[in-house]
Design a protein. Structure first.
Length: 373
């Protein structure tokens, strides 16, 4: 099992629950901890300390699962062999859940004159930057597609407004949001409508169908792909996403991402599955979709181990929470089926949904890490 994020942790937990010590699952990740994407925003805006957002793999107690902290250096999908900094491993069944790597350096000026809030390091460092911010022009912007968690940039713009208001800096600041989409969350028109109403209410300047090409650091200008410019004092960017280099060189990726059977998540290499952000399965890059895919792969592996069959296939459904600020949350429920337009609903925004989101995180940590997580 390569990668201990949303996808990898879910597969490990489900198989451990089913097989216990009879399982022999090696879970490999280069990091020493898991951090929810939404916790990055909590830490960045000073709502939670960084310590509380970090879940250490050393605390993972799952019978039949061995966590190995190592960098995956090469993957041979035909031989199901991986080389890592902890040595080679040969698998009967291989699952690739290595997510998307982030490349701030791909956008000129971003590293030198801006900030990104998608990596753990970037988001955590921003908590100090924001604490020192004295107001001005804030631009939240996307630098490429595809990108993880489509609601996150909208949430960031709304939470920025809340943050500035709480510090008495809202009147001396502007907040702009640059996105390469016609709507904040195109698959959910109702959620998009609620977000656009919130942007209008909070005075957020919404720039749809645009991408950030570069930052002109000397002139403090955000340069858009269409040639337009926006002044900035604080730029909060979503960096370029790519498959990890080890996946690119493995032969698993086609046109940048790993194609899989949309119903079984199997790659074109028999016995090699891929789930989550690393794939081009057709759902948004979000943890809830990685988790749903993981459940299907776990069911298929369980059937193989038992020597029977499963008809379980992926349903393309994901439910996620959208922060509007001031304790208000929306709940988006969308289903993506191959070849059909997405369908789904939207609830809120309301303060009652906060308890749902807290339970979402708590239940995952309990399931993924065992009692001590
Ligand atoms: C700001 C923000 C907010 C978000 N909010 C939400 C939300 O509210 N709900 C939601 O569902 N999703 C949210 N997401 C998206 C979510 O975090 C990802 O989509 C999800 O983590 C993808 O799961 P995954 O298993 O595919 O990959 P990841 O969870 O990214 O896991 C991949 C793992 O692979 C490891 N890895 C990579 N390369 C190597 C290598 N060479 N060797 C060893 N290990 C390696 C990494 O260390 C990582 O642990 C958010 C993301 C961000 C950035």
């Amino acid at each position: 099992m390569l990668g201990a994020g949303f996808g990898g942790l879910e597969i490990a937990a489900l198989l451990s629950a089913g097989f216990g010590d009879a399982l022999d699952l090696v879970l490999i990740d280069k990091s020493d901890c898991f951090v929810f994407g939404f916790s990055k925003l909590d830490v960045m805006f000073g709502r939670h300390p960084a310590d509380g957002a970090v879940h250490r793999y050393a605390d993972l107690v799952q019978p039949g699962v061995r966590f190995v902290r190592a960098d995956v250096l090469s993957i041979d999908p035909t031989a199901k062999r991986v080389d890592t900094t902890a040595g080679p491993f040969v698998a009967d069944i291989l699952v690739v859940a290595l997510g998307a790597d982030l490349h701030p350096e791909a956008t000129p000026g971003l590293v030198e004159g801006g900030h990104e809030f998608y990596t753990v390091a970037g988001a955590f460092a921003l908590s100090e930057v924001l604490a020192d911010f004295r107001g001005g022009d804030v631009v939240v912007g996307l630098t490429s597609t595809p990108f993880k968690c489509p609601p996150a940039p909208s949430e960031t713009a709304l939470l920025m407004c809340e943050f500035l208001t709480a510090r008495g800096l809202r009147d001396s600041s502007t907040v702009s949001l640059v996105m390469p989409l016609p709507l904040p969350i195109p698959p959910s028109p109702l959620a998009s409508e609620a977000l656009l109403a919130a942007f209008a209410d909070r005075g957020i300047a919404w720039h749809p169908d645009r991408l950030v090409r570069a930052l002109d650091v000397a002139r403090r200008r955000v340069v858009l792909a269409d040639g337009g410019e926006l002044p900035y004092d604080l730029f909060l960017g979503v960096p370029t996403h790519r498959v990890p280099a080890v996946v690119a060189s493995s032969g698993l990726a086609v046109d940048g991402w790993v194609p899989v059977d949309p119903l079984t998540l199997e790659t074109r290499f028999p016995g090699v599955y891929a789930v989550g952000d690393v794939t081009s399965v057709g759902t948004p890059k979000a943890g809830v979709f990685a988790e749903g895919q993981a459940a299907v792969v776990a069911a298929r592996i369980a059937a193989l181990l038992r020597g029977d069959a499963t008809d379980r296939t992926y349903d393309g459904r994901g439910v996620c929470y959208v922060e509007f600020g001031a304790g208000q949350l929306g709940k988006v429920d969308v289903t993506f089926l191959s070849g059909q337009p997405p369908t789904g609903g939207f609830e809120g925004p309301s303060s009652a949904l906060m308890a749902d989101k807290v339970e979402f995180g708590r239940s995952r940590i309990e399931r993924w890490f065992g009692q001590r997580g």
